[in-house]
Design a binder for this molecule. Structure first.
Ligand code: LLP
Length: 418
């Protein structure tokens, strides 16, 4: 099957579901993120089917793409959410998501965010340090509430991914060393307002192999057994997110194989399995549509200067990440080796190196696999308004975020009085 079944050529024109991308560019301009509703739904359903009748909860990692329409679609499909800030919690609530299906991750939850999440009765806090546990206990006491908690343990497993997105090694800032966790779980008397309900880990992102998940899962199950033998009641195991997607020619385990591996590792344990997929749910359901502004040939190189830049899609600049770049209309002509770059004033501003394309000014390009960590990591660097976002549903195009205006961008700034 194609990597992008919802984005395919008909004759020479690239479509999103039933809509030619060219017509989206005409109506909404560029740069523009385009998502396929069908792609998101199909992937969500694949996770659901893989779990069949198990007790499970899919908590979509909001950070991957936090547009309200995306969250609303996932909420309608029954998804829970994994949040990392008070802002993400507000988005989930606004999008109709259920706080009772929401887990709160992150190393630096602030007091206000903790208060907000306790007031909203979220499912669980994934706690990453003793200091955080102390603060949570204190705030819960003041609110006269019990705080449901999983400890995020750091299993010291090599996820074999980019160092910036690897989180489960002992030198990373994340989690509590697994050897210390048992002791903390048993100190319930020091934390009277904490109810330990789960065990959590997340070892990294864009994993292309199942083995690191299995190793981490085994370590968690060992800890679980130790806790159970001490009569501690744990009702869920949260194995985080991390399943990769194919950006170029990576071979990625299927969702079915991933879920089966987790279930096997877990064995017949009588508890709920939570996962927090982000990229694997939304990454290949989105692309970034951009227009070529200039073609520039130097003695050394040929540049396609496009209207999207590192502020729109930071992944290439930040992680040297590879995204396929496809012509929206395939045309005949001389193939040239292009450096596809944006207008931002940095050499590191690029979307793709050495791309063989037939291209002229005003031609449209699609930067594929941009649904996850694209718009959500966007910025206003170089005072560039952020892109528009649309969701295609069959023949219909929904504008789900209007292009930002420069007025909006500077609205909260003020001049000095004199
Ligand atoms: N749960 C936790 C606690 C996480 O920290 C993350 C991602 C996820 C779940 C979702 O992981 P996923 O299924 O998407 O791999 N900006 C980077 C990725 C950063 C991932 C951070 N944590 C990128 O563009 O590759």
């Amino acid at each position: 099957m194609s990597d992008f079944p919802q984005f395919e050529y008909r004759q020479n024109a690239l479509y999103a579901e039933q809509v030619p991308l060219e017509s989206i560019a005409k109506e909404f301009g560029t740069p523009c993120y385009v998502y396929s509703r069908n792609a998101i739904t199909t992937t969500y359903n694949a996770f659901q089917q893989a779990f069949s009748d198990d007790d499970y909860l899919i908590c979509y990692a909001v950070k991957a793409n936090s547009n309200l329409a995306v969250l609303n679609l996932l909420a309608k499909l029954g998804s829970g959410f994994d949040i990392v800030s008070g802002g993400e919690l507000q988005r989930v609530i606004k999008a109709g998501g259920d706080p009772k299906k929401t887990v709160f991750s992150g190393v630096g939850k602030l007091a206000d965010e903790i208060r907000m999440a306790l007031a909203a009765d979220i499912l669980c806090f994934n706690v990453e340090s003793i200091a955080e546990l102390q603060l949570l206990n204190q705030i819960a006491a003041a609110m006269n509430k019990m705080a449901p908690v999983s400890l995020r343990v750091n299993p010291d497993v090599d996820a074999k991914t980019h160092p910036y997105i690897s989180t489960g090694l002992k030198e990373n800032k994340f989690g509590i060393p697994i050897e210390e966790a048992e002791h903390i779980y048993r100190s319930t008397d020091i934390f009277p307002y904490i109810r330990f309900i789960g065990l959590d880990c997340h070892i990294g992102s864009q994993l292309t192999e199942l083995d690191p998940f299995i190793q981490a899962g085994r370590k968690l199950v060992d800890l679980l057994h130790r806790l159970q033998s001490k009569k501690l009641r744990i009702s869920h195991l949260d194995l985080g997110g991390g399943l990769g997607i194919r950006y170029s020619d990576e071979v990625i385990p299927s969702i079915q194989d991933y879920v089966s591996a987790l279930r096997e590792t877990l064995g017949p344990a009588n508890l709920r399995l939570i996962i927090e997929p982000g990229r694997s749910l939304i990454g290949n359901a989105g692309l970034l549509l951009t227009k070529t502004a200039y073609i520039k040939h130097t003695p050394d190189r040929s540049f396609a200067i496009v209207d999207a830049a590192m502020n729109d899609l930071m992944r290439p600049s930040l992680y040297q990440a590879y995204h396929k770049i496809l012509p929206v209309i395939k045309s005949e002509g001389d193939i040239c080796n292009y450096q596809v770059v944006g207008p931002v004033c940095e050499t590191g501003d690029y979307l793709g190196h050495d791309r063989k394309l037939v291209l002229k000014a005003d031609d449209l390009l699609a930067v594929m696999s941009s649904g996850a960590y694209g718009m959500s990591m966007g910025s206003n660097y170089n005072t560039r308004p952020r892109a528009a976002e649309v969701m295609v549903d069959g023949e219909t195009i929904h504008l789900i975020r209007a292009r930002e205006t420069i007025d909006q961008l500077i609205a909260s700034e003020t001049l000095l009085p004199m």
